[in-house]
Design a protein around this ligand. Structure first.
Ligand SMILES: [Zn+2]
Length: 262
């Protein structure tokens, strides 16, 4: 292990162990969730269609400030995409307003942008997007502490499965990038998740035959879904999975908050 990756692992361990807000997964697993960040239109038009063929739904973490924009991930979502995905039972979650890294601004500015993103989604769609994902997967201890009583959950890109205790302040998630040559890695994660009866979250961006470096092909998404179904995992949105463990509207049923540490 290089010094750099060693330091990265230590840092991640500290991030995962402090300012936790945990709920037990209990006997709800194994669960797999598919999420899409930012989000490019193809995540819904192509990715959503693949999910729907399996009779399941996904979670879309939208950074409202990206609406109608276009970048290397392709065209970003439009207002009608949000309406359509909600109508079809997918989950709309938030991803800050401006798609900023918590490493580049003050904690107060970051929190403000998180709130602004959530409010913008609510104003346009009427949906309270209680689940959140950190842009770029960047998490700092200060940001984790600042947001700990805010969104219902905050998803990171710390790899691995969630459970037996789920840290609502830092949901673990794994990239689903590339084409079918990445299917083996996804299948390994799914089988481990099935064996451990935990909750595995995948994230990706654009879904198209020639995806960006941060997206995947429809074939890879289909392969992962098919493997998840075959291995006996239930496929739920983040909201649905959290509702199963009693977290609704951002708080554990009947009381808030639970098991806040540090
Ligand atoms: Zn993003």
């Amino acid at each position: 292990m290089s010094l750099r990756s060693g330091l990265g692992a230590v840092r991640r361990k500290v991030l995962c162990s402090l300012y936790r807000r945990t709920v037990p997964l209990g006997n709800r697993g194994p669960i797999v969730s598919f999420s899409f960040d930012d989000f490019p239109r193809t995540a819904y038009s192509a990715g959503g269609a693949v999910l729907e063929r399996f009779g399941v739904r996904g979670t879309y973490y939208a950074a409202f400030g990206l609406m109608n924009a276009s970048n290397e991930l392709g065209e970003q979502f439009r207002s009608e995409d949000m309406d359509s995905l909600l109508e079809r039972g997918h989950e709309l979650a938030s991803h800050t307003f401006s798609h900023i890294s918590c490493r580049s601004v003050s904690c107060a500015a970051f929190r403000e942008d998180v709130e602004k993103g959530r409010k913008a989604i609510e104003e346009v769609t009427g949906v309270d997007s209680t689940n959140f994902a950190y842009p770029f997967g960047h998490v700092t201890l200060q940001a984790k502490r600042t947001l700990r009583l805010g969104p219902g959950s905050a998803r990171s890109i710390a790899p691995g499965c969630n459970g037996p205790d789920i840290d609502l302040n830092l949901l673990r998630a794994n990239s689903l990038y590339g084409d079918l040559d990445s299917a083996g890695r996804a299948e390994k994660l799914i089988l481990e998740n099935a064996k451990r009866k935990t909750w595995l979250i995948f994230y990706t961006h654009d879904v198209r035959p020639r995806p960006s470096a941060f997206g995947c092909t429809p074939s890879l998404l289909e392969a992962a879904l098919s493997c998840a179904v075959r291995s006996g995992c239930r496929i739920l949105t983040v909201r649905e999975a959290l509702a199963e463990v009693g977290v609704q509207n951002g708080n554990p049923k009947g009381h808030a908050p639970c098991a806040v540490s540090a």
